[in-house]
Unconditional design. Structure first.
Ligand code: ANZ
Length: 868
């Protein structure tokens, strides 16, 4: 038997590609380049999940397509291999994280190779390799030299269970993103990177990038630039123990134009003046309140829907615009960490302030004329200033300008910009991360000389975090205690390590010249390959990884290390693959009922249905051949649900080509979609059909139908329709529709008696980026000695799409008796066409059976003769 046998074909070609180094990146810089990048995986113990091959197949198709279009292609892969799981496993089992990582990497590599991805395996990078992290440390030193890395005693997010500090971004609702453990604030000495210095450039750079709109928006929101004013309010009563400086409370506002409506002030409960200004009578109440506020997360505190709480300080401030005394309150809806930690409250225009003012009976003044139909509370829309003295009548923007000049003239404040972005907390109390290239001499940090990099991780076997927050590395005394090579003084090494983000901030640069010894990247190679032309990966990384990588890239640009200012020109997120759809029907007293009917019934029985039992009516899922609506849902794949699909199983059953093709056929790349094993079967059968189109099942040789004959007009038209569609679709990353087009081609080709070699060659080229193994095999059967991977992509020729003739089916009494070809220019000439039809031998025979009583002619469609 010589039927389609992916197992045999696929391992054969995988070996071929590896031995011949088919996908080695060209060294020359003579052709146009294309750099197509995957987000490199964290090599977890559980191996690939189905989400990996989704993005990786997409980039692989593009890489292969570009090679066939005569680009030099850089398509690399590597391992983001530092991180918590390997370390936690080490704590549990004593296995060194290095060993776990190596084992997992080997497994991942094997799995990726089994999918036939066209990576240049000579450019593999691994963030845990000292030859790699040497340069991560080198980049850190650059940051340090530029004053962008500093030590600070900061209130950090301390997670006792994980034994580490977490970045704000890694804390969700007061719990660790990994594991969901409680996180508390605690002051600790940490390394911090001054990403805030790059806030504006990180914002501006977004404009030139071809990224999903939502991802850019997330970056913009994360940076959170607000333009407004800082305004100083003077504390009114005379507090003898307040210094001049302390008696000015500075607020940040985006609406300085509303200052005439500032009827009270609010300080964050943690504000540094909170104690000082509180009057003795209010002391106790304020203390109680502050204690309560400390226990809430920022999110809880600022939730719009939340009941506002607060406490009066007893003190007053003077509104610089009105000269009036306004009470100073403390409330937890104002955060200490944003702006100045204090606000002027304008209940007339701010809803939170409105709710607070109502609750505590504070006065409300509107300073913007609401539109006529307005019925709400605080008015945040456009309108002319009212109750605002010299601002009256001005629109918001004009009023802002005017009040800012006034504030500046009178030294009450100035224009100000605020960012939500905070400096990046860059140290972790972990073993399995990059050591900092820093020693401490006489208590002061000192960079390790670049010639002495890398600072390697010392050997140790007790990876347990300490509950004081001291990093595990602190236990390795003979590593920690060292001497300063410059002065000979005793020194201690930094025992924190870098966060996992560090290695992934610049890996895309290392791929350009993985063995370069003069720096993180060879300038010549960076100049040629960068920026990345297409970057595909999950949306879950959109804010952090992308922001951090862009930050480092810009710093390296400023240091003269890079010529490009942005790393990733085009970015696409693959949509999540959910588990198989689950269908639930409902029974009441033993009879099916519709999903809409269950609301008012008790004891309804839920019945799981399998796919064969399910039908569709419009958008509704129903029990097949009935009107009973059912529920259809797809959940995230998870171990606990037991709906995880293992790519290895699919490859074992159907082969890598089917796996690749299926994941691309599921739907648009960027959309969320449920897995469906039946459909894998469908694409597998499609590949079987391609095989049988060309191969004799008995001999395993090419069929006689594959000939040297010139293709017919119809064959050329069918082929070129397919070339046009597949080419355009790959350019648009619309892989599912490209596959449909190839299925249409095969359906048509199945009906041809002869298949011209040239047509089949072109078709194989189109299919090869998607299903490379079967295409290599058939390409070879056609007599080619070289891989299909560099054969030129078929050129689309418009001329073949033009209809040169039209085929009329000719019916006699409703039955088709012939098909006649009519040249396009005569096709609408009724008399001409009918005469031609009557000349056909077969038609003539049926016409001779009786008398022709009627001729029906539908131009360009059909002819029918009625005979009696
Ligand atoms: C007066 C005002 C009037 C305000 C008005 C808004 C509307 P974004 O856009 O997020 O920058 N604010 C300032 N610091 C704050 C803090 N630490 N905690 C909570 N809220 C704070 O928002 C800036 C606005 O949020 C500022 O402008 C301030 O309220 C408030 F009709 O000042 B506004």
């Amino acid at each position: 038997m010589h039927s389609y046998d992916p197992e045999q074909i696929e391992s054969k070609w995988q070996q071929y590609w590896q031995q011949k180094k088919t996908f080695k990146t060209p060294e020359n810089h003579e052709k146009p380049k294309y750099y197509v990048l995957d987000m490199f995986p964290y090599p977890s113990g559980s191996g690939l999940h189905v989400g990996h091959p989704e993005g990786y197949t997409a980039t692989d198709i593009v890489a292969r397509y570009k090679r066939m279009n005569d680009f030099n292609v850089l398509h690399p892969i590597g391992w983001d291999a530092f991180g918590l799981p390997a370390e936690q496993y080490a704590v549990k089992t004593g296995t060194h994280p290095r060993d776990t990582t190596e084992k997992n990497v080997n497994n991942f590599r094997k799995q990726l190779q089994a999918l036939g991805f066209s990576y240049d395996w000579d450019r593999e990078v691994n963030t845990t390799d000292p030859d790699y992290y040497k340069w991560t440390q080198w980049i850190f030193l650059k940051l340090y030299e530029k004053g962008l890395a500093y030590e600070d005693e900061v209130p950090v997010n301390w997670c006792a269970q994980l034994g580490t500090v977490l970045a704000n971004e890694e804390v969700i609702d007061g719990k660790s993103e990994v594991g969901g453990y409680p996180v508390v604030k605690k002051p600790m000495r940490q390394w911090v990177l001054k990403i805030t210095e790059y806030a504006d450039r990180l914002l501006e750079g977004l404009d030139e990038l071809d990224w999903p709109h939502s991802t850019k928006e997330m970056q913009r929101n994360w940076i959170g630039k607000s333009i407004g004013a800082d305004i100083d309010f003077e504390v009114a009563a005379d507090y003898t123990d307040l210094t001049d400086e302390e008696s000015q409370i500075r607020v940040f506002t985006t609406r300085p134009d509303t200052i005439f409506g500032a009827t009270y002030m609010v300080l964050a409960p943690e504000h540094h003046l909170a104690d000082k200004i509180t009057t003795p009578e209010q002391q106790q109440k304020v203390e109680d309140y502050r204690e309560k506020a400390a226990k809430k997360s920022d999110l809880e505190r600022t939730e719009l829907s939340k009941q506002k709480t607060g406490v009066f300080s007893g003190a007053y401030a003077i509104n610089p615009a009105t000269g009036e005394e306004i009470p100073i309150w403390m409330a937890d809806y104002v955060l200490a960490t944003y702006g100045t930690g204090a606000i002027m409250a304008v209940p007339g225009q701010d809803q939170r302030d409105w709710e607070f003012a109502e609750k505590y009976n504070l006065s409300i003044t509107r300073t913007v004329q609401p539109s006529a139909d307005f019925e709400g509370q605080a008015y945040t829309g456009e309108g002319d200033a009212i109750n605002s003295d010299f601002l009256n009548g001005l629109g918001i923007e004009k009023a802002k300008e005017k009040i800012i000049s006034w504030l500046e003239e009178n030294e009450h404040g100035k224009k100000a910009v605020n960012y939500k972005l905070r400096d990046w907390l860059f140290s972790r109390q972990r073993y399995w991360g990059e050591p900092f290239p820093i020693i401490h001499v006489d208590g002061e940090p000192k960079p390790v000389d670049k010639d002495n990099l890398p600072v390697t991780l010392p050997e140790m076997d007790d990876f347990e975090p300490t509950d004081t927050g001291e990093p595990p590395l602190a236990k390795v005394k003979d590593w920690v205690n060292t001497t300063d090579p410059e002065t000979g003084k005793p020194a201690v090494r930094e025992t924190n390590t870098m966060p996992q983000w560090a290695g992934s901030c610049w890996y895309y640069l290392r791929y350009c010249s993985p063995d370069f010894e003069g720096g993180p990247v060879d300038p010549k190679e960076e100049d040629y390959w960068m920026p990345v032309d297409l970057y595909i990966g999950g949306a879950e990384h959109s804010v952090l990884h992308l922001l951090y990588a862009r930050f480092w890239h810009k710093v390296l640009y400023d240091c003269g290390v890079l010529k490009t200012t942005e790393p990733f020109q085009k970015l696409v997120h693959q949509g999540m693959i959910l588990g198989q759809m689950e269908y639930t029907g409902y029974k009441y007293k033993g009879k099916w009922i519709s999903a809409d009917e269950i609301d008012d019934l008790d004891n309804v029985e839920n019945v799981k249905l399998n796919e064969e039992e399910v039908g569709k009516q419009g958008d509704d899922y129903v029990i097949k051949d009935t009107d009973f609506k059912i529920d259809a849902k797809a959940h995230k794949m998870s171990k606990s649900r037991g709906n995880v699909i293992n790519p290895d199983d699919i490859i074992a059953q159907y082969g890598a080509d089917s796996m690749r093709l299926y994941e691309m056929f599921m739907g648009p790349l960027d959309q969320v979609k449920p897995w469906n094993t039946n459909d894998v079967d469908g694409v597998y059968r499609f590949l079987g059909r391609v095989w049988r189109l060309m191969i004799d099942q008995g001999s395993g040789e090419l069929l006689d139908a594959i000939t040297e004959r010139e293709p017919t007009q119809e064959q050329l038209k069918t082929l070129h329709e397919c070339i046009q569609k597949v080419t355009g679709d790959i350019e648009e990353l619309s892989f599912n529709t490209a596959i449909s087009a190839m299925m249409i081609f095969v359906n048509k080709a199945n009906k041809w008696d002869e298949l011209p070699i040239t047509v089949m060659e072109s078709f194989l080229k189109l299919l090869s980026p998607f299903a490379p193994h079967i295409c290599e095999e058939l390409w070879q059967k056609l007599g080619h000695k070289e891989t299909i991977a560099y054969s030129p992509w078929p050129e689309f020729k418009e001329e073949y799409l033009v209809e040169e003739s039209i085929t009329y089916p000719v019916q006699v009494n409703g039955k088709v008796r012939a098909n006649i070809e009519v040249a396009a220019e005569n096709a609408k000439n009724k008399e001409f066409v009918l005469n031609l039809a009557k000349e056909d031998d077969n038609v003539q025979r049926y016409l001779d059976d009786g008398t022709l009583v009627k001729e029906i002619f539908v131009p360009e469609r059909i002819i029918n003769f009625v005979v009696k």
